[in-house]
Design a protein around this ligand. Structure first.
Ligand SMILES: NC(=O)c1ccc[n+]([C@@H]2O[C@H](COP(=O)([O-])OP(=O)(O)OC[C@H]3O[C@@H](n4cnc5c(N)ncnc54)[C@H](O)[C@@H]3O)[C@@H](O)[C@H]2O)c1
Length: 285
């Protein structure tokens, strides 16, 4: 793929990650289209971005010009036909078949001049790319939560990803003032491979009645972790966190250390997905 200046960014999925990624791109002066199939999610993404921007302005972390351009630079849309851009970052649910089907629609709409990035936490980039007509244009650009705060972004090259696509992705990550780290297309990449055990082991301790979740959170926080594992799962989304564990368990050939938790599965089935549903391990009503 030829080097092409990235001016427009399309983001698919306006949930926990997509909304924040859109704001970060808008702040760096990219024109952004944020797309979601659910108009209610789009509305709450817009509200939450406004709240964050107001706070940033009040605390002088951004000035009035940046504030204005952030508001002007993002279009919120539920029409896939509007998702046309030089770079598309997909941040929809963690299901390979759904991601692949969306990417193929976006490829048909945007063609070979666009970079197709996935924010997946656990699905191999090579697997997503293999189901698509332009595997060389597919790359992993993996942000961390909350996207407007966390500096690190993993950039992942699939088996067929064009090196130019990787280079342009790294340049883009730097342009939005994040720290790019190249990770191999291995299960969980770097961070999730290691962090998975933080959640899985804490859930095992809960299942085995070693302690209650509030105590486990308190102990981990007082020993230096910024957030206890249960608070963190609520922030991430209990459903997303569970899907990532399931996927990583499979990719590690069912090693017991990554076994998904029954308690977490129950939360998912009950619709207790954390902050986004106003209840997970904790209550946010
Ligand atoms: N939550 C985290 O902490 C985190 C961190 C890093 C990466 N990720 C990854 O980011 C992706 C998104 O996670 P999330 O937590 O933001 O999920 P989320 O559940 O908060 O949001 C997903 C959004 O995708 C939308 N969606 C579903 N199917 C769609 C489609 N076909 N087209 C357009 N929109 C569609 C849903 O309406 C929903 O709003 C996942 O791949 C996840 O693994 C999540």
């Amino acid at each position: 793929m030829e080097n092409k200046e990235i001016k427009t960014v399309g983001i698919a999925g306006a949930g926990t990650m997509g909304a924040g990624i859109a704001m970060v791109c808008a702040q760096a002066n990219f024109k952004v289209v944020l797309f979601d199939i659910n108009p209610i999610v789009l509305e709450s993404a817009q509200k939450s971005n406004l709240t964050i921007l107001n706070k940033m302005l009040e605390t002088s972390r951004i000035d009035q010009n940046v504030y204005n351009s952030c508001l002007e630079n993002i279009i919120y849309s539920s029409k896939i036909s509007e998702l046309k851009a030089d770079l598309i970052i997909e941040a929809i649910i963690e299901k390979a078949d759904i991601k692949i089907s969306l990417f193929q629609q976006l490829i048909d709409l945007n063609g070979e001049e666009t970079i197709y990035a996935t924010n997946t936490s656990s699905i191999p980039i090579t697997q997503i790319a293999a189901g698509l007509s332009l595997p060389q244009n597919v790359v992993g650009i993996h942000f961390f939560n909350p996207a407007h705060i966390m500096k690190l972004v993993e950039v992942i090259k699939g088996a067929k990803t064009d090196q130019n696509v990787v280079n342009q992705s790294v340049n883009f990550v730097q342009a939005i003032k994040k720290q790019a780290v190249i990770a191999a297309d291995a299960p969980g990449f770097i961070v999730n491979r290691i962090a998975r055990l933080y959640y899985v082991e804490s859930l095992k301790a809960l299942e085995e009645n070693v302690s209650d979740f509030q105590t486990i959170d308190g102990i981990m926080e007082s020993s230096g972790f910024k957030m206890g594992p249960f608070k963190l799962m609520d922030l991430i989304g209990v459903d997303t966190n569970y899907s990532v564990t399931e996927s990583q368990f499979r990719l590690f050939n069912y090693e017991a250390r990554f076994r998904p938790s029954r308690i977490q599965k129950q939360k998912v089935e009950a619709g207790l997905h954390g902050r986004k549903t106003k209840g997970g391990f904790y209550n946010y009503e």
